[in-house]
Design a protein around this ligand. Sequence first.
Ligand code: SF4
Length: 312
Amino acid sequence: MDDNWQYNLRNTLKSADSCNLFFQSQQFQDQSFPIKIPLEFANLINKNDPNDPLLKQVISAPIQAQSGFSISPLDDEKYMPITGLIHKYHNRVLLITSRVCAIHCQYCFRQNFNYTKHDAISNYLAIEDYIRSHSQINEVILSGGDPLSLSDEKLAQLIEKIENIPHIKNLRIHTRSAVVTPSRITTKLIDILSKSKINVVLVTHINHVNELSDVFTKAIQEFNNVTLLNQSVLLKGVNDSVSILSKLSTELFEIGILPYYLHLLDKVSGAEHFLVSDENAQKLYKTLQNSLSGYLVPRLVRDENLKSKTLF
Ligand code: SF4
């Protein structure tokens, strides 16, 4: 059972032909950001609904050139003092731990990122030297790609090295794999994170309540001593409604995950159709604040080159 996730990671829908066959449609076309849909996620999609909110996240739309969109909206490379490490904020660094994702989300701001050039695992010795020589850094964030595409063994080795840096108190792991391939939440992974010597924060990336499968819901509640937070991206046609966002927050809380961030779209070329205007986002957010207890309302933020800026 515990090894199923590696099989599932390989057995994905990866071409327009395979998707059209699976969904019995002609909607898919091969696109610049290649299609990748794990079967665990594909099976949650309603094949009879062309507007299914999960389907919309993985299918491309005709290009609608719009000003302000670019291939690299956050310019990560500006903040990489060494290969594989992003240092934008005083007290924390982000490691590009993997180039692999379980799914290709068509709104992804890193879809054009040069992962080959920036691999934290192969450059780990230099990264550790950098962190050790910057004693103000107290948090390491594992990102990617998706850090959970690493094997449990590699992840355990990496976490142990990070734990042994005296001034690192917090480890944060950002993952979409956990929800789109819930078989990835192995008993070994649960053990590694639950027994860490430092504070572990697992940030799931979940945009819609339909992504919460029974397997995920059961597995995520097995973690101990791990803070569970969620971040979503506000996506037109997927989750830009108060009822959907309220339901997501409520159900996340029921399974022990606190809604943390609601990101405005990063303006990457090809994702124009997902954009919710600032004005509409603000209106929606105010209604959300009136509908939910404060602790269920994620913070509405926009990533800018230097900061995740809280809005409204
Ligand atoms: S899982 Fe995250 S990094 Fe990977 S394609 Fe989706 S949004 Fe991008």
